[in-house]
Design a protein around this ligand. Structure first.
Ligand SMILES: Nc1ncnc2c1ncn2[C@@H]1O[C@H](COP(=O)(O)OP(=O)(O)O)[C@@H](O)[C@H]1O
Ligand SMILES: O=P(O)(O)OC[C@H]1O[C@](O)(COP(=O)(O)O)[C@@H](O)[C@@H]1O
Length: 436
């Protein structure tokens, strides 16, 4: 699948010497239209290869579109925090500067807001020195924000500052915004590349394998599960109840639970929840085993909160009701009604898991995504995000990246692993457990 290109690569890349003298390797390519999947692989998992998307590979090109000595680059981070944002910023700056010799790099502060005159534009110079140690810190040195901004005002900003490439580090909302910015650029017939690095702590963006920061986040979440388990095991009728982030996708809850292999129930938005099956099963579990650990993704069980007022955040995302707290109260009421002793500890680590610095594995991934983004942008690609597909770094058209949502497949092997590890009845609807 092709992404838009601003024009032909007419300039020899400063990286050309690094590239293999002939042919292609996994990461360095000089044929811009080589597709990733080989037609000779006739079938994968019973599906014809033709049915699967195939993307242009990421990597340095022998010939590039932008002259590194002449261009100016802008970087912006938008949406919620995620471990590794500073690693990506640093990776972009160092690759642009060290590998291509680009010296004019700026960061916009506080998301798209920092690009809009009405809010008072806020810009910082980014240099090798200024980003040297930023990877040691969580958050983003640029700041971030939610809330829609006018794409025309953003393009005014890019034009007035003479920015040739804009890197957007953000989630699906940010990429929708980036598409509108790119459309406005095209309407004005400007040659400004808009390239995204997909950010989502919930791991809900498709075609990037696991999103950067996800491993760090679920490792941190696993610490809360351990604490909840220890607390529950130490008291009669102990229950640990942990609520984790995951608006539409239960990946953090699933992976954190598997990391500890102590959870008795994992409730995620993708799998319908049945309170009537869950409560007696939980009482039985606590009675027979002494304690239980329940892990809830924030988007689970929302159907039980239908009466809660609908609230939206600044970007128009629905703010979810607090199912974890609701579940806590239902459990306490149910145990009281049954005359069964209960000691419930409720933990909601939410922001504590997304504000930490990236672990080394995520740092490597952030750098490689940043490198791929820079190579794509320097080659003149636009309206694309860098992704990972079938183990390779690829260029994914932005529209494609926001066209679907990555979710835990209730019929897939990840969810089966969770069911095996917890022994929870399917949908937590059946009254009898499988393994007690
Ligand atoms: N549907 C949309 N169309 C255009 N821009 C959007 C849209 N949704 C969000 N944005 C822009 O992207 C930014 C971040 O979006 P948000 O949904 O808060 O986070 P995320 O990018 O992490 O999903 C917002 O500040 C807003 O300017
Ligand atoms: O309190 P905030 O900043 O709105 O963030 C809460 C939300 O952010 C998330 O971490 C996801 O944010 P993004 O969509 O920006 O990645 C959700 O899991 C959570 O519901």
């Amino acid at each position: 699948m092709r992404v838009r290109t601003l024009g032909e690569g007419r300039i020899e890349s400063p990286l050309a010497e690094l590239l293999p003298r002939q042919g292609t390797t996994e990461h360095y390519v000089d044929e811009s239209d080589r597709v990733l999947l080989d037609d000779t692989l006739a079938m994968i998992g019973g599906r014809a290869v033709a049915d699967l998307p195939s993307f242009e590979p990421g990597g340095a090109r022998r010939r590039i579109f932008f002259d590194p000595s002449k261009i100016k680059v802008g970087i912006v981070t938008c949406g919620g925090l995620c471990p590794g944002l500073n690693d990506v910023i640093r990776g972009l700056v160092l690759t642009l500067n060290n590998q291509y010799g680009v010296s004019r790099i700026i960061g916009f502060r506080n998301g798209y807001q920092g690009m809009v005159a009405r809010h008072g534009r806020s810009i910082v110079e980014l240099t090798r020195e200024s980003v040297e140690y930023i990877n040691e810190h969580g958050g983003t040195i640029l700041g971030t924000s939610r809330g829609n901004q006018d794409p025309d005002e953003i393009v005014d900003c890019l034009e007035q500052l003479g920015v040739n490439i804009l890197f957007v580090i953000g989630g699906d909302g940010s990429m929708r915004g980036a598409i509108r910015i790119s459309d406005a650029v095209a309407q004005r017939e400007r040659r400004i590349a808009v390239v995204g690095v997909p950010k989502t702590i919930d791991n809900d963006i498709p075609y990037i394998g696991q999103s950067f920061g996800f491993q760090t986040a679920f490792a941190k979440a696993a610490e809360s599960l351990r604490a909840a388990h220890v607390e529950a095991a130490a008291q009669p009728g102990g229950i640990g109840l942990v609520q984790l982030m995951g608006r539409h996708s239960g990946f953090i809850a699933s992976y954190a639970a598997l990391a500890n292999n102590d959870a008795d129930y994992v409730l995620i938005p993708e799998v319908p929840f049945a309170m009537d099956g869950f409560l007696p099963d939980l009482r039985h579990r606590v009675a027979t085993r002494g304690h239980a650990l329940v892990v809830v993704a924030e988007g689970a069980g929302q159907e039980y909160l239908e009466d809660a007022p609908v609230r939206l955040d600044a970007s128009g995302n629905r703010k979810l009701g607090d199912f974890g707290l609701y579940l806590r109260d239902r459990i306490l009421d149910d145990f009281a009604a049954a005359g069964q002793e209960v000691n419930l500890k409720y933990i909601d680590p939410s922001y504590a898991i997304r504000s930490v610095p990236a672990n080394p594995s995520d740092s490597v991934y952030c750098l490689r995504l940043a490198q791929a983004a820079v190579h794509g942008a320097m080659a003149g690609r636009t309206e694309m995000v860098v992704g990972q597909w079938r183990g390779r770094f690829v260029h994914v058209p932005m529209a494609f990246a926001v066209s679907s949502r990555n979710q835990v497949d209730p019929d897939g092997d990840l969810w089966l692993s969770v069911m095996e590890a917890t022994g929870q009845p399917p949908n937590v609807a059946a009254a009898t457990r499988l393994n007690v």
